[in-house]
Design a protein around this ligand. Structure first.
Ligand SMILES: *Cc1c(COP(=O)(O)O)cnc(C)c1O
Length: 462
């Protein structure tokens, strides 16, 4: 299996190289050269299997020679053993033919644990055998950073630096990043918003001297390994509702387009998915784009679903690459235009996108109303991101096709929004109940590339 860049000019890499690299050297994102498919029989055989078994079947064709079957099974087992639910990704029912896929039973209570825990184990195995060391730098609107720190804390072969927008993440998110005491973990509180953090991260990757000097590796959702890990739960959920005989649809609370893109990969692999619905909050660049209004940046407006507060959705580049029939030049040109504010999508590419994705948005009031309504009608407490998904799913769904809405975080991760909507302050699960007693440790840093570079160099040298 070979990996190519969405901008067409970076070296072609193996899975191991693409995973350890993150962003391609031409500024693009790595994607598999071809998407392997599973037959209807192979999908049907997943019925009743454990999450780990399905994970092996789904991901094995993508990893090539990077790990043996035995190694890969052991990696998967270690990745998910710390989850607080034996099904890993259980489904609950909200209404006739509407289901919620709970992706928040991992160690940091958000779906990002599915990918990050796996990546942590894969990095450890790949670097350990080479005796190599890397510097992981990630940008976060909250959940990626806590998941990355949890996955990499204490591992021998990595230093992990996480940039988060100072004052713009929830207390639980911040404490999950600032309380691990391991010396290879560095939480960096940066001035600015999440897009600023993402922009400085890209700058570091595009500074080849720095990148090669500190052996930079990226674990943001641009990393193909993360997208791959997320493909698995589309299969487990669909199969438990009768796939491949029965078609299903998914609604995905979306920010950086990583999670929904994993659903698209599942569909490409042969999983019968009718609709993939992108759900955004008031930061609705994707909803506007998928409705044919072009991809034009606005400002970021802080919302009660902060993990979706972005304007530049980095994985959307992967969707564009396929929509433009894998023309790397065309994608590179669009990304140049984006630097100047935005671009319009040609009619042919727009038709390709609309064949796969539909979309909707939820305002702040609608999100709060949905949290309240779901509590009253089903007893479920939703986090605000999941509520954005449920609101859009209810609007968009065809009642005859099962709709699966992804619940991306545990309500206790966003207690203020949940309490404001329902009067109930959701408690943290017992395994992390002491989070607010642990000591915090972080470094403040300005929104400046040079300041960041010297900070990182200094910390890994010490
Ligand atoms: C990251 C995140 C999202 C958005 O996922 P993308 O893959 O970036 O689209 C939604 N909800 C929560 C809780 C998240 O942490």
């Amino acid at each position: 299996m070979r990996y190519i860049s969405t901008r067409g000019t970076a070296p072609v890499l193996t899975f191991e190289e693409a995973m350890l690299t993150g962003l391609a050297r031409d500024g693009g994102l790595y994607v598999p050269e071809t998407i392997p498919t599973l037959s209807a029989d192979q999908i049907a055989a997943m019925a009743g299997q454990s999450y780990e078994e399905v994970a092996f079947t789904v991901m094995r064709p993508f990893i090539g020679e990077t790990f043996t079957d035995g190694e890969f099974r052991a990696i998967i087992a270690r990745a998910y053993e710390g989850f607080g639910h034996e099904a890993r990704a259980p489904l609950v029912q909200l209404a006739p033919n509407h289901f919620l896929l709970e992706l928040f039973h991992g160690p940091t209570l958000a779906f990002k644990d599915f990918a990050m825990q796996l990546i942590g184990q894969m990095f450890q195995a790949a670097l350990g055998r080479k005796g190599a060391r890397v510097t992981i730098v990630g940008a976060t609107s909250g959940d990626t950073g806590s998941a990355a720190i949890e996955a990499f804390r204490g591992l021998d072969n990595v230093d992990v630096f996480i940039l988060y927008p100072h004052g713009r993440v929830s207390d639980v998110q911040r404490r999950q990043m600032t309380t691990p005491g391991e010396s290879n973990v560095h939480a960096l509180a940066m001035d600015g918003d999440f897009d600023d953090c993402q922009a400085r991260l890209k700058d570091m990757f595009n500074d080849f001297e720095f990148r090669d000097g500190v052996k930079l590796a990226g674990v943001n959702s641009i990393n193909w390994g993360r997208v791959l890990a997320q493909v698995v739960y589309y299969f487990t959920a669909a199969v438990s509702l009768g796939a491949p005989q029965r078609k299903v649809s998914f609604t995905v609370p979306t920010g950086n387009f990583g999670d929904i893109f994993a659903g698209y990969i599942a569909r490409q692999m042969g999983l019968p998915i009718t609709e993939l619905v992108v759900a955004t909050n008031q930061n609705d660049i994707l909803d506007r784009c998928l409705k044919g209004q072009g991809y034009h940046k606005g400002g970021v407006h802080a919302s009660i679903s902060p993990s979706m507060d972005i304007q530049v959705s980095s994985n959307f580049e992967r969707a564009l690459f396929d929509a433009f029939d894998r023309d790397g030049n065309a994608v590179a040109q669009l990304m140049d235009e984006l630097a100047g504010g935005g671009f319009d999508v040609s009619q042919g590419a727009m038709e390709n996108l609309q064949e796969i994705y539909s979309s909707g948005r939820a305002s702040e009031e609608e999100t709060t109303a949905t949290i309240r309504e779901m509590r009253e009608t089903t007893g479920e407490l939703l986090c605000p991101h999941s509520a954005v998904g449920v609101k859009v799913a209810k609007e968009q769904r065809d009642p005859s096709v099962p709709m699966i809405t992804l619940a991306t975080a545990h309500p206790a991760k966003f207690p203020d929004a949940v309490e404001a909507a329902t009067g109930i302050r959701p408690p943290l699960p017992p395994r992390m109940a002491d989070l607010f007693e642990r000591e915090e440790r972080m470094t403040r840093v300005e929104n400046n590339l040079d300041a960041l570079k010297s900070l990182i160099k200094g910390k890994i040298a010490s």
